[in-house]
Design a protein around this ligand. Structure first.
Ligand code: G3I
Length: 352
């Protein structure tokens, strides 16, 4: 065993052991619709309070970055499952299930993948990745974001798919191929196409919902194993939820025997009022409106937020507030205190 691997194993064992939370903490109560959160691997090890609130509130976890190509694939011939294994150990220790995110995406790709050229090389690389990664966790990760963000930023007409290495080398059939490869590796897993900006009012959002429906219809016509659509749910707080549009979208999916889940819920609040109470209330309304709009047609199989505390969120990377106040996109504040967003999620999940 190479020294790095020996160290990794040692660290992994230590980290897994250190990931315990106080036995006094009752596991998250089971709710009609499971709630969970994306998890940062570094905070999971370093932050005791973080681990504690995850165990208290979550029935599900998903790695925010731990199973992306840039982490799992340091080189063409190596796989690094340290982060995935670490989170799975935490999930196992705390009676949680774990989602997989994400197998095929334009983002977070290691530099070496830019040398993949041509349909044969791309399919070979996709096959090796999906078979190995899904196979590694067969029977232990029951739901995968197989395809992430396949729709063009602003889809119109024939250009409805987002350019990425797979589309450029394999054509639009890459989506069906990825789903079939995942089904081969774990026939029991829920296979998900995950998308953003399909929730709100306006032509931009409606175009994206219609483009995604076109993809799903095509897959269903071809008998491809597509089981659910993931609403990422990165809601821009200043926009209303298109309740009618979302409900009819979900109803069309249900008619094709395709479920939905909410995979990355948070509310981008850079353009919401400065007053925290008012901001939190608007955020809770947007969350409730989305969950109700979905559920009016078909209850989501799961609700996950993209992080659980404002202490660890991607939102300020792109959406800082002009008034310099900190963003409040998640269910718990920076001190792990519950906010109206968490109350809204739990109220909905309990009664749905
Ligand atoms: O881990 C390295 C660290 O070693 C290095 O020092 C640092 C220097 O910049 O980078 C760190 O990696 C960062 C990684 O997050 C872990 O924190 C990457 O730069 C950064 O790009 C990466 O951002 C993540 C992003 O996806 C890209 O993978 C965000 O945290 C994550 O919230 C975001 O999540 C995406 C979903 O996967 C898909 N849907 C949209 C969502 C938000 O963009």
């Amino acid at each position: 065993m190479r020294r790095r691997d020996f160290v990794q194993v040692g660290l992994a064992v230590a980290a897994h052991a250190a990931l315990q939370v106080p036995a006094t903490h009752a596991a998250a109560p089971s709710r009609r619709i499971p709630y969970g959160s994306a998890v940062r691997g570094d905070a999971l090890v370093d932050d005791y309070d973080y681990r504690t609130v995850l165990a208290e509130h979550c029935q599900l976890v998903v790695p925010e970055g731990g199973l992306k190509w840039v982490v799992v694939r340091p080189s063409e011939d190596r796989f690094d499952f340290y982060e995935g294994d670490k989170l799975l150990a935490f999930a196992d220790q705390n009676g949680m299930k774990m989602r997989g995110h994400t197998l095929i995406w334009h983002g977070a790709m290691p530099d070496w993948t830019s040398s993949i050229r041509g349909a044969e090389a791309a399919e070979k690389a996709m096959t090796k990745h999906i078979h190995t990664v899904v196979g590694q966790y067969k029977g232990r990760i029951p739901s995968w974001d197989v395809i992430n963000e396949a729709i063009a930023e602003d889809p119109r007409g024939s250009d409805y798919l987002r350019p990425n290495l797979w589309l450029e080398n394999m054509g639009k059939g890459y989506i069906e191929t990825a789903l079939r490869l995942a089904a081969e590796a774990d026939p029991q897993a829920q296979l998900v196409i995950n998308e953003y900006d399909i929730e709100c009012v306006g032509e931009y959002y409606e175009n994206r919902r219609n483009a995604l429906l076109r993809v799903v219809r095509d897959l269903r016509d071809r008998g491809a194993p597509i089981h659910a659509v993931g609403f990422q749910g990165h809601l821009k707080g200043q926009y209303e939820i298109d309740k009618e549009g979302v409900s009819s979208f979900v109803a069309e999916l249900k008619a094709m025997d395709v479920d939905v889940l909410v995979t990355e819920l948070d509310v981008i609040d850079n353009l919401l009022p400065a007053d925290e109470k008012k901001r939190d209330q608007v955020i809770a309304v947007r969350v409730t409106d989305l969950l109700e709009a979905i559920s009016d047609a078909n209850p989501p199989t799961a609700i996950l937020t993209w992080g659980i505390t404002d202490r660890y969120t991607w939102v300020p990377t792109w959406f800082t507030r002009d008034d310099g106040r900190l963003n409040r996109p998640l269910p718990l504040d920076r001190d792990y205190k519950t906010k109206p967003m968490m109350d809204a999620i739990k109220r909905f999940a309990a009664r749905a």
